[in-house]
Ligand binder design. Structure first.
Ligand SMILES: *Cc1c(COP(=O)(O)O)cnc(C)c1O
Length: 228
């Protein structure tokens, strides 16, 4: 009788995924719930961008790990927690309201920084996902409130597809996000070089996301194993 073990280690998982990514697509290693030792293993394999979905966990890991790591926040962010990450976060993928954007600006200013963010869009069929829709985003980008913010930089968009095996549904949703990105670029960011990122694709759908124009894939379980 044969047993099939998953004998690859974290470094090999990273090399394997990277071999499938075009040069233009960044690998964001999603280390949520995983121990420091796993992150160090990935770091030794050359990985420098890690993402967490909880503020407290990200802060603790930041304090214990090398300072050349870029920390990305990918989960829903409560306004009262922004101040805990404002001094070190590299990119917040999950901006889903004007009030959150204003708070990020306020805390960034206190740290004398400009914080890079992505606007999260609601593209899935599922009811529970956070994010803007097209109109809400346009309203915000045209508001004086937004135009007065000096300490945030919007670098692109982020979205999560419906959790399904149906590749066509997922591809349609990612294509929709790409079209949203193109519209925003044309209407509001045509001369903003920093507005260039489309964060889409996770362990189960990143190859589809790349076909649809992703520039950042957020991969957890394929690198570190399932989270149970
Ligand atoms: C957990 C998470 C991921 C990674 O999920 P995997 O399926 O483990 O790759 C990506 N994006 C977000 C927003 C997440 O919360």
């Amino acid at each position: 009788m044969l047993f099939f073990y998953n004998i690859m280690n974290i470094a090999e998982h990273i090399q394997n995924i990277k071999s499938k990514l075009p040069q233009t697509v960044a690998l964001i290693a999603v280390s949520k719930t995983k121990p420091i030792s796993d992150i160090i293993e990935a770091y030794r394999a050359g990985q420098r961008i890690f993402a967490e979905n909880r503020v407290q966990e990200m802060t603790q890991k930041y304090e214990q790990l090398p300072k050349d790591i870029e920390w990305h926040l990918i989960g829903h962010l409560q306004t009262n927690k922004v101040k805990l990450i404002a001094n070190f976060v590299s990119l917040i993928h999950s901006v889903d309201s004007v009030s959150l954007l204003k708070e990020i600006d306020k805390q960034a200013k206190k740290c004398n920084r400009i914080i890079n963010v992505l606007l999260q869009f609601y593209i899935a069929k599922e009811e529970t996902k956070f994010g803007f829709d097209d109109n809400e985003a346009m309203q915000m980008l045209e508001s004086d409130d937004y135009k007065s913010l000096k300490n945030i930089q919007i670098c692109g968009v982020m979205g999560m597809a419906t959790y399904t095996d149906d590749e066509k549904t997922v591809a349609d949703e990612f294509t929709n996000l790409n079209e949203i990105f193109q519209r925003l670029k044309k209407n509001y960011f045509a001369t903003t070089n920093a507005f260039k990122e489309i964060s889409m694709g996770m362990s189960g759908d990143y190859e589809t996301a790349i076909k649809c124009g992703s520039t950042m894939v957020r991969i957890g379980s394929l690198i570190f194993g399932s989270r149970y």
